[in-house]
Structures are given as C-alpha cells and as structure tokens.
Design a protein around this ligand. Structure first.
Ligand code: UDX
Length: 429
C-alpha cells in the first residue's frame, strides 16, 4: 500500500522504515529541509539499534522515500500517518499546534478518499478535532476518515517493538477505515484491537501512565526496603511471579525519564483535570519519581559529605540504555546537581556524550568507562547500560580516592563488588 508518514522524528521514521520493511511503499515527509536532505543521504539524526540499516536497505529497494511536501503525500498515498511532535506546554498540557497545522495542510490537498491516522501521542478527543478541522478547511469536500493508532515503541528496542508488537490498537469510526488499517498491519501478524477513536487515544496515555506508576510503586518499595533492611530485587521477584503483577517494569532505580513518561504523565493529569477528574494517584507517582532522585542524592551526600571540590565518576548520561536520548534524563539531572554543588563530574556514556555535552558543557567526558574513576571520590551508575557490568572494576578501584559505588540502577553484582573491596550502595538494597 502507498503510505505517507508526516513527521520524520523518532516515531515517524521508525514506523516508516518498518512499514517499508514489510513491503509497503512509504513516503516520509518532514518540513525540515535539512533533515530530509540528510535522510536522503542515509544519515539518521538519532541512534536507534538497526534503524539506519533498515532505512538504507528499503531506500535502496525504492520502498522508502523522503520528501517535504504534504500535498505530494496526500495526492499519492491512501493512508496518511500524522507523526509530528506533541510537546508539553509549561503547564503540562499538550501542544497540538503541529497536529492542527498538518490537518489544515491535508485538507488543502484532499481530492479523494483518504485515511488520516493519528500516530502522535494526543489527548483524548483530538481525533474529533482533526476531523472537524479537515472538514472545515477542505475545499473539495472529499471523503475521509480519521483513525487513532497509538504507538508503544520503546527507544533502544523500537524496531523489535514495532515488528513484533504486543498489540496494535486501531480506533476507527468506519468499516472502510478499519479494513484499510487491517491491510496496513496485516504483514505484522499481530493481534489488532479495534476500538472507537476516543478509547484508542486514551489507551496510549493510560498505558504509559500505568507503566510509570508501576515503576514509582517499586521505587517506593525500594525506600521501604532500605528502611527495613530488605532487598527490593527479591521483593520485585516475589511480586512479579504473580502473573497478575508481572516482573517487567519492576526495576527499582533512580526514577523514570525520557521523552515520553514525564510528558505523558503530566499531560494525562491535565487531561483528567479538564474532564473534571483529579488524578491524585498519578500526581503521587510523579512526586515519588522526584523524591527518588532526591533520596538518591541525599544518600551520596550522607556518605561523601560536601560535593564541592569532590570528583564524581558518572556512568550513563542517556535516560536509559541503547539510546543517545538525554531528554528528561535522570542521569543528566543528577550530573547537573553534582555540578551545581561544585563537584567535578567525569562522565561516560556509550552513545549520548555528544548530546550531553551540548546540554552540560562543564562535564568532563571520558572516552572509556573506566576513566571516570580517575581521582574519583565515588562512582555513580545512572543509566542501565549492560556493558557497565563488564568494566575493569578492579583497575578502576586503584584509580579512585575511595572505592565507593552508588548503583542507581541495581545493575552491578553487589556480592562481586563487595568481594572486590568496594563499598556498594544500590537502590532498595
Ligand atoms: C516508553 C514506553 O515504554 C513505550 O511503550 C512508549 O511508546 C514510549 O514511552 P521509553 O520512553 O522509550 O518508552 O522508555 P522505557 O523503556 O519505557 O523507560 C522509561 C523510563 O523508565 C527510563 O528512564 C527507564 O530507565 C525507566 N525504567 C523502566 C525504570 O526505572 N524501571 C523499569 O523497570 C523500566
């Protein structure tokens, strides 16, 4: 099928590449000329395992093209996916001006039946507004349907999440649109949940907020474990063996970040408010997330006292592993606190150093993980990169002022680290 993706950011590009991979004819459109030029040149503006190869493979096969014109997309493609950013306003509500703009652009070129698919994360009832906008601005009054098709991909495993999703949610108001969406996703051979528009939109915010809530829950349990000398890893294991709870997303740590959870949680609190519901539970999940970072900082201060003139070795700058994304990264906010309190921060991240340097030029970036230990009063593990486990910790110990490690992701083997003579401090254990 001829499919257009409008907005070639994280979700748009990965979705476009996977649609081409399963055989669709895909046009990825973006208003940023420089980005379109570099995509045509084969370079992707962010790191995602396997994406660059998938894009160049399908571009070479002629199944994936890049353009700037929404009009061309509307003229040539049956399904038009809107994947533009929906950033937060200062009050946490969702800024929908990119979505609204694209809706008007589509209306301006609509000549025959098209399915317009909301892929961006939008508040409930946005699809209705997109339909009203197209209705109002469409001169030709051509037929169309608006569909909600939320995305659930995780950064760092986006291709796997898209090629083998747990489910595909299709919120549509017509049989015709539903059939077209089934054709789009047919090759993925996955369960399709067909709902109305509003329910599909809510599934996205409800799912992301629930995952954030689950993490805040285990982080609260971690604080209780610390106060009661229990071990959160074992508690999570015991909880997770109950299939009604499930082990995933029960990894205690210094808190959740990234371009999705913080934005979606504050948006959902605002959406609920506008609908007359006080989502106290979610507000609490957000405040536990803040607390968790403060609690971790407090533990560090309690051990090394003043941070001023101390050297802190920081492992991890991205908001999690397998990505170069530092947006709303807890690791970056820890680094910022250390710097503000006058510490020297020697940092390493496998992928995110270039982006981290832009945001925090005072960081002393190291080319190898081991080098963060040079003259360090302690080493802090802030992002869950597996490779940190395999660093030469014994060599690092020799270079540190004192062998003190704060593992903000419970990534390292506590028994091994202790046997090697480190003072090991995890989260909730
Ligand atoms: C998330 C959702 O998982 C995905 O479905 C949605 O489409 C987009 O938002 P992403 O932001 O890429 O994906 O990251 P995710 O893997 O969910 O992690 C989010 C944050 O939670 C990270 O900071 C991570 O370190 C943290 N996390 C995750 C935990 O602290 N504990 C866990 O058990 C899992």
């Amino acid at each position: 099928m001829k499919i257009a993706i409008i907005g070639s950011g994280y979700v748009g590009l990965t979705t476009g590449a996977c649609f081409a991979e399963v055989g669709h004819d895909v046009l990825c459109v973006d208003s940023d000329q420089a980005k379109v030029k570099s995509l045509r040149g084969g370079s992707v503006p962010f790191y995602e395992p396997g994406l660059e190869a998938m894009i160049s493979r399908n571009a070479a096969l002629g199944r994936l093209r890049f353009g700037e014109s929404v009009a061309e997309a509307v003229e040539s493609c049956l399904a038009l996916f809107i994947a533009v950013p929906t950033p937060p306003h200062a009050d946490g509500s969702v800024d929908l001006h990119y979505v609204e703009k694209v809706a008007r652009e589509i209306a301006g070129s609509l000549r025959e039946y098209r399915v317009i698919v909301d892929k961006s994360t939008v508040p409930v009832r946005t699809g209705e507004k997109v339909a009203q906008t197209i209705e109002r601005y469409s001169k030709q009054k051509a037929e169309f349907d608006v569909v909600s098709n939320p995305e659930f991909l995780r950064e760092g495993s986006a291709i796997a999440d898209l090629m083998k999703p747990d489910r595909i949610v299709i919120g549509a108001s017509s049989e015709r649109a539903t059939e077209i969406m089934k054709e789009v996703y047919g090759p993925f051979r996955t369960l399709m949940l067909i709902t109305d528009l509003n329910s599909a939109e809510l599934i996205k915010h409800a799912s992301n907020s629930f995952l954030a809530l689950k993490i805040s829950y285990i982080n609260m349990i971690a604080q209780i474990c610390e106060a009661s000398k229990a071990d959160v890893l074992l508690v999570a294991e015991g909880m997770g063996l109950d299939r009604r709870i499930g082990r995933s997303f029960l990894q205690a740590g210094v808190g959740w970040g990234g371009s999705c959870f913080p934005k979606d949680v504050s948006a959902f609190i605002r959406i609920a408010e506008e609908l007359g519901c006080d989502f106290r539970l979610l507000k609490e999940a957000a405040s536990i997330n803040e607390q968790q970072r403060e609690h971790f900082l407090k533990k560090i201060r309690e051990e090394i006292w003043l941070l001023r003139d101390k050297t802190i070795g920081l492992l991890g700058l991205a908001f999690k592993n397998n990505t170069d994304d530092t947006r709303q990264s807890v690791a970056m906010s820890l680094a910022e606190s250390f710097l503000k309190e006058g510490a020297v921060v020697r940092a390493f991240d496998p992928k995110a150093m270039a982006k981290a340097e832009q945001a925090l030029p005072q960081l002393q970036l190291c080319s190898r993980g081991e080098d963060v230990a040079q003259g360090a009063d302690c080493v802090v593990v802030a992002s869950e990169w597996e490779e940190f486990r395999d660093l030469d910790w014994l060599a690092m110990k020799k270079r540190m002022v004192s062998p003190l490690v704060f593992d903000g992701r419970n990534l390292l083997d506590r028994e091994k680290m202790t046997a090697w003579g480190f003072s090991y401090r995890g989260v909730g254990r």
